[in-house]
Write a new protein. Structure first.
Length: 334
């Protein structure tokens, strides 16, 4: 059922809406604003960070649960070259462009409609020039609940050559609250893209061996990073990995729940909320804080528009954008 959120008024020309997908002991709440995965409960346990009041998402400074884009992550100085000319995007992260700009896709209100008994289809036309991007793009995100698995099918049909790189931005906490540093993580990524002090990639692709970003074998975040320096890094998924196996596996400290993630993207941004400050008004009265959530954001690499050695993100009418993501959160032995 799709319900209208009262008190929000009209955003981008239409009301803010919310829908609940429910199957068995799994309940997922989706907002039309930013295609936000607002709440996800397994056996009553809330496993993503978010706000109890949906109107709080009108601010959402930490991008809880959004689909980020048109180009997720960072683009240096908000600038790139396309067909012989310089394109200047909005700059919303100091001197740089982050997650699509001041009002990227994660801050826009999408049209929402049911797609079968356990699915939704959200759509939005991003006009030419929005946040500086060339060309118009018709975006759609289909979200479907299948048992303990949530599937995201993201598409973008441009009318000219233009960049697209979306990222689903949920903060996971399989314990239902508190720090995630005691969660155990494995990611099929033996390399990463180092960054400078502004978190812009240097262009190098380096081995994770010997660094705090090495999760090729399961270990907790505290074991990997005992000094709590934090993670905000793009991990390069192994291209020869078994595509039928999860790219990432996250386990709750009490072993009650396990997250498995499948993606067709070349990288995953690992972010442990190291930059987040105290934030009240969470689900079930929780106050979220630093290290309280873990983002596993499948994506192309940050600043790909300015790094020739990175996989390209330019799309055309003949070669549109598509990303498929599946996240399963289930009891360990379900």
């Amino acid at each position: 059922m799709i319900d209208e959120i009262t008190g929000a008024g009209h955003i981008d020309g239409h009301p803010l809406r919310q829908a609940v997908l429910e199957q068995g002991g799994v309940r997922v709440t989706i907002l039309s604003l930013g295609c936000i995965t607002r709440d996800w409960r397994v056996g009553g346990r809330s496993v993503v960070l978010g706000f109890a009041d949906p109107l709080r998402y009108l601010e959402n400074p930490f991008s809880f649960g959004v689909i980020a884009g048109r180009v997720a992550n960072r683009t240096a100085h908000g600038r790139f070259r396309l067909d012989g000319r310089t394109v200047q995007l909005s700059r919303n992260h100091g001197a740089h462009h982050l997650h699509g700009g001041v009002r990227g896709l994660g801050r826009r209100n999408w049209l929402m409609e049911a797609d079968g008994p356990h699915g939704l289809r959200l759509s939005r036309r991003s006009p030419a020039g929005e946040e500086g991007y060339p060309g118009a793009v018709d975006f759609s995100v289909t979200i479907r609940l299948e048992g303990h698995r949530l599937h995201y099918d993201m598409r973008g049909q441009p009318d000219c050559r233009t960049p697209v790189n979306l990222a689903q931005h949920s903060y996971y906490n399989l314990a239902g609250g508190g720090s995630v540093r005691d969660h155990e993580l494995r990611i099929a990524a033996s390399r990463f893209t180092p960054t400078d002090d502004a978190q812009i990639p240097t262009g190098e692709i380096r081995a994770v061996a010997g660094t705090r970003h090495d999760f090729t074998a399961p270990r907790t975040l505290a074991q990997a990073d005992p000094a709590a320096r934090g993670h905000d890094v793009n991990l390069v998924l192994d291209p020869d990995r078994d595509r039928d196996a999860p790219a990432a596996i996250l386990r709750a400290p009490d072993r009650a729940l396990v997250l498995r993630l499948w993606t067709d993207q070349p990288g995953i941004q690992l972010y442990d909320a190291m930059h987040m400050g105290a934030c009240g008004g969470g689900h079930d009265g929780k106050c979220h804080d630093r290290f309280h959530g873990l983002c596993l954001e499948p994506q192309h690499f940050p600043d790909a528009l300015n790094r020739r050695g990175f996989p390209p993100i330019l799309c055309t009418p003949e070669a549109p954008y598509r990303q498929r993501l599946t996240v399963e959160i289930a009891p360990e032995f379900s």
